[in-house]
Design a protein around this ligand. Sequence first.
Ligand SMILES: [Zn+2]
Length: 337
Amino acid sequence: MRFVYDALLGNHLRGMRHIESPDRVLAVAEGLRDAGLFDDVAPGRLALDSEISRVHPPSYIAMLQREAAATSTHAYLSTGDVFIDAESPHVARYAAGCALVALEYTLTEGKPSFALVRPPGHHAEPARGMGFCLYNNVAIAARAARAHGFERVLIVDFDYHHGNGTQAIAGDGVSYVSSHAFPAYPGTGGIDDQRHLQDAVSLNLPLQARGVASEGFVAAWDLLVRDVCARVRPHVLLVSAGFDYVAGDPVGDLGIDASVAASLARALHAAAATYCDGRLVYVLEGGYHVPSIIESIGLIARATDTPSPRESGAQLSALGDMEHAALARIGATLDCY
Ligand SMILES: [Zn+2]
């Protein structure tokens, strides 16, 4: 698999004790290299103002640069719970550019790619950085795909947290579907939050924050990927790949086994082959236990587009009442889309 990455992504919050640490990409890159999975690596680039401003207003871009320049060591961004230092605007712009380079590779080659980036992006709303996120990398890639002429883009988000920022930019041909712990940070994406938007849908599967069975999680995503793709018929599939759902993650932890990434990837690769001529781009979001990130991405890198066996009722029955209620509302929302 083509990775887009550069060690400069470690420069944001370097030397600060923080869970969203440089090792989330530096040590992960090392681990993937040791596993023989990191041979096909391209550098990213700095995203242009014109590319970022498809999602974030120029006033926000300028504010981030101004506040970072005024920082002596590190400080909270004024809009939310995300630390910045002097390097943060440059690294965030490069992370968004990595997502764009990954997209450009995939659009040209029809092969999957993975933007191994930080800071993550899916909590960043147009004018509000928060939740460790500054620029919404996957949203910027989605808008770029639309600008390339692809009418329908689907963003799949299996991070532990709801991507409130990505949901905020959905619409105009960009659809969004997320599973996430609920109630949990940032508090959005409940059972009733299923939306018809302009040429798009936004769908939410809240999961019991105390944890869900691994087979239930796999069965739910198998169903969601098939049903949402069948209705949305995306031309490009983007994935907010956060691995903080894995058991033992110090921030998230839904008690889910890291091995599920193989099943998720199989379903996504099959959908990309069916609907998108293979156009599938992964962008790293959360995940704070480095070995679990390495294991998960390793499984994705080895994935094929062999369709997974259809989920069984027994597996979906591993989920609870809230999840079943949400799946029913998602189904009803898709039925009238
Ligand atoms: Zn997360």
